[in-house]
Structures are given as structure tokens and as C-alpha cells.
Write a protein that binds this ligand. Structure first.
Ligand code: GLN
Length: 202
């Protein structure tokens, strides 16, 4: 299975390392010809506005969107979650996303004073122990459509619970960065469950 990591901006190397530990051959992709060939794609953490703008200026935006619409398995972490969301709150003017997951996300939702924090997180489908999830200027999911499975949630300061890991068919997204904590269980889940389930779901 050829798994590409979109290499326009963000923590590409870390995703490649995590995927490599899951027995697939990952490689960075930044050309249309490369994106056409991948069997699965990762949208890294970074800055969603920058990644979207670079994808547009390199002529990749519509191609990625079309491949997602056609059922390509994709995992997005943090900025990658925003890029997979159908709707974004606190977006910049004219911010575009590839979309695909029927969620509304709020950018930088956890607030400035907690720009970065770690939380012990139980994720549905991931065997114990709980994950140490790292959130860096992270979005949360504000609302989900009927076809979306919530895999994990975190409570904000006001006690409300917000989804931070979601799956819809062949699309997986997390607000946090497993690629930065040396825990490859989310990548393994993506490779072993999400990518393989693609045909039966779509
Ligand atoms: N706040 C960033 C954005 O809007 C995401 C941060 C991250 O990926 N760590 O894209």
C-alpha cells in the first residue's frame, strides 16, 4: 500500500516515521502525479490556511478534493482535521478546506492560554492504555453529522465535552498530534482499520 504524506507544510517527517513503524512504505507527496498514485493520504499538522493556499497555488487542491470524494482513505491531524472538515468556524477570510467529513470544527478552539496541552485520552478502537494526546493550537469539533463516529472527546474549561477524534468511512481526523508523541497506535488504526475497511464502506 502506497501511503503519501502531503508535504507542502507541517510535520511531514514525523508522520512518515510513525507510518514506517506500521509496516507500510510512506513517502512525501507534493506533485499531482504523486497524489494520483497514492492508495492513502495523510494531511499533517501545521497551518491549515497555509496548506490550503499552497495546494491551490500548486494546482493540487481540486485533485485532492476529488480523490477524497472518490473514497481515498485520508487521515488528518490538527490542521489536517480542519482541512477534512466540511465547515470551519473562526476561519480566515476565504479559507477553503478539502472537506469530506460532515463536521463543523472551530479553529484554535481551546483558547490562547492553553495553546498547548497534553491529556490522557481514551480513544474508541484503540486498545488501552489511554493515549497521551498532545494538543497544539488545536481545533475541536463543534458539531457532527449523522454519519460521523466520535472516537474521543475532551472537556473544555466550561465542562462541555468536545469531540477531538472522528471517523466517517475512509476518513479519520484527530485534533491532537500522535505523530509528535512517539505513539503510533492511531497510525496503525488508520492503516489496519480505516484503509482496509474502505471498500466495504464506500
Ligand atoms: N491552528 C492551526 C490551524 O488552524 C492548527 C495547529 C496545528 O496543526 N497544530 O491550522
Amino acid at each position: 500500500m502506497k501511503v503519501g504524506v502531503l508535504a507542502l507544510q507541517g510535520d511531514v517527517r514525523e508522520h512518515i516515521k510513525a507510518l514506517g513503524e506500521c509496516g507500510v512504505h510512506p513517502f512525501p507527496v507534493r506533485r499531482a502525479s504523486e497524489i494520483e498514485k497514492v492508495d492513502a493520504l495523510i494531511l499533517p499538522g501545521g497551518e491549515s490556511t497555509t496548506i490550503a493556499l499552497l495546494a491551490q497555488s500548486f494546482g493540487l487542491f481540486e485533485l485532492i478534493k476529488t480523490r477524497i470524494d472518490q473514497g481515498l482513505p485520508v487521515y488528518g491531524s490538527c490542521a489536517g482535521m480542519i482541512l477534512l472538515a466540511d465547515r470551519v468556524l473562526d476561519a480566515t477570510k476565504d479559507q477553503k478546506t478539502f472537506g469530506g467529513i460532515d463536521i463543523t470544527v472551530r479553529r484554535n478552539a481551546f483558547g490562547r492560554q492553553v495553546d498547548s496541552f497534553e491529556s490522557n485520552l481514551t480513544v474508541s478502537g484503540i486498545t488501552a492504555p489511554a493515549m497521551k494526546a498532545l494538543f497544539i493550537r488545536a481545533p475541536w469539533v463543534e458539531s457532527v453529522g449523522v454519519g460521523v463516529e466520535v472516537l474521543a472527546s475532551v472537556k473544555s474549561a466550561d465542562g462541555l465535552s468536545h469531540p477531538v477524534a472522528v471517523r466517517q468511512g475512509s476518513l479519520l481526523a484527530t485534533s491532537f498530534h500522535p505523530e509528535l508523541t512517539g505513539d503510533n497506535r492511531i497510525h496503525r488504526y488508520f492503516v489496519e482499520q480505516v484503509c482496509k475497511a474502505e471498500k466495504s464502506i464506500k
